[in-house]
Design a protein. Structure first.
Length: 395
């Protein structure tokens, strides 16, 4: 079939380091050769579905009905004009115009196909001296500082804010720099103090085993904020483990245990006088590309296992193996955070706990809240775009 050849225009070559060198049409797709030697393929039905006119000009939502064209739609003609690919379609008399920068950005084939590998960086106990830290004043007043701190938190799963005001609402004001808060059965915010009649182990002075919060929820909370208003007690050190590191090594060393924990769901339950919240979850959760994206682990609110009989024993062995690894000192960080410090961590990645403390010596008072992952990642993307538009050299 005839190949359409092109050359860079003066304005195009000034903006990009590449251009469409040739275009060739096949039965169901268009093949392109780029000036840097990369070959890409775009299916005709995909191109028609993603014509710029298919999206509402204000909302950006797709308004094109894919069923309004046949599955065999194809180009009648293809041309290139100053870096724009122009396609006249076989149906509806429609013409689509695609900028080559858009075609490059959204290519799904060949060397330019999307990289869906995880951007997370796992860590062990050595990370105690590398935990990202930023002042609350900088985060509250500088979008760049907020973006850099959030980027580090997204990558590592944990970060610290220092210089927090001695104000019980400071955690709310700071978290809302990201987005709105997640409400749970414990409220929009919660106070972690030792109580006479506790409804949760966190509200005691006992040792709190490593866990993720609220796996009994359909969607457990994302990022947890814990502001230390006071911490003069004897003991009470905070403990953290990056489950990503533990699970990466479990996957490598004992793939069958990893498979069981990632394929079978177990029940979790929280109940008191006002609530009975239950949900089944897999302990290890992978995304559609096989990346480890979260752990749901809380041994003290795990309910009675109801797995199939043929896997129950093997699952228990895998579960015990994970529990043992989570207690390995090679993974654990222990911090004695002071008043005015706030630790923020990904609740569905980094397990947290604390050592026991003497409630009769000194005061220990934490105030916390949650911001969900979707809102966190949305804010991170928007900040990145805004700072890039300002030509910030740090982005």
């Amino acid at each position: 079939m005839e190949t359409l050849q092109t050359q860079p225009t003066s304005d195009l070559s000034a903006v990009t380091d590449f251009y469409i060198e040739s275009v060739e049409q096949s039965d169901r797709a268009i093949q392109m050769r780029w000036s840097d030697g990369i070959d890409t393929t775009y299916h005709s039905i995909w191109l028609r579905d993603n014509c710029p006119s298919a999206f509402h000009p204000q909302t950006g939502e797709r308004c094109f009905d894919l069923l309004s064209v046949s599955q065999n739609i194809h180009p009648l003609s293809i041309s290139l004009d100053n870096g724009t690919l122009i396609i006249e379609w076989s149906e509806q008399g429609h013409v689509s115009c695609f900028k080559q920068s858009w075609l490059r950005e959204f290519c799904y084939s060949g060397e330019l196909g999307k990289d869906h590998s995880s951007s997370y960086q796992s860590w062990g106990s050595e990370f105690i001296n590398q935990i990202p830290e930023q002042s609350q004043q900088e985060i509250m007043t500088s979008d760049r500082a907020l973006y850099e701190w959030m980027s580090a938190l997204n990558t590592n799963g944990i970060a610290i804010i220092n210089g927090m005001p001695d104000d019980s609402e400071a955690v709310v004001h700071t978290a809302k720099r990201i987005d709105y808060l997640r409400q749970t059965n414990f409220g929009m915010t919660f106070d972690v103090i030792s109580e006479k009649d506790p409804i949760n182990m966190a509200y005691t002075s006992l040792s709190l085993p490593l866990h993720t919060d609220l796996p009994n929820q359909e969607v457990p909370p994302g990022y947890q904020f814990l502001h230390f208003l006071s911490n003069e007690s004897v003991g009470g050190e905070s403990t953290f483990v990056d489950a990503l590191k533990v699970l990466e090594e479990l996957r490598e060393d004992q793939p069958e245990y990893f498979r069981l924990l990632s394929e079978y769901a177990i029940p979790f339950r929280y109940h008191d006088q006002d609530h009975d919240i239950r949900e089944h979850h897999r302990v290890i959760n992978l995304n559609n590309f096989g990346n480890i994206v979260e752990i749901k682990y809380n041994a003290h609110i795990a309910d009675i296992f109801d797995l199939p009989g043929e896997v129950m024993y093997d699952y228990y062995i895998a579960y015990r193996q994970l529990m043992g690894r989570l207690k390995d000192a090679r993974y654990k960080i222990e911090l004695k955070l002071a008043a005015g410090e706030m630790v923020v961590f990904d609740n569905r990645r980094v397990l947290h706990g604390r050592n026991a403390f003497d409630e009769n010596v000194g005061k220990r008072h934490l105030r916390g809240c949650y911001v969900d992952r979707s809102e966190f990642k949305s804010r991170l993307r928007i900040l990145g775009k805004q700072l890039a538009q300002k030509n910030d050299p740090g982005i």
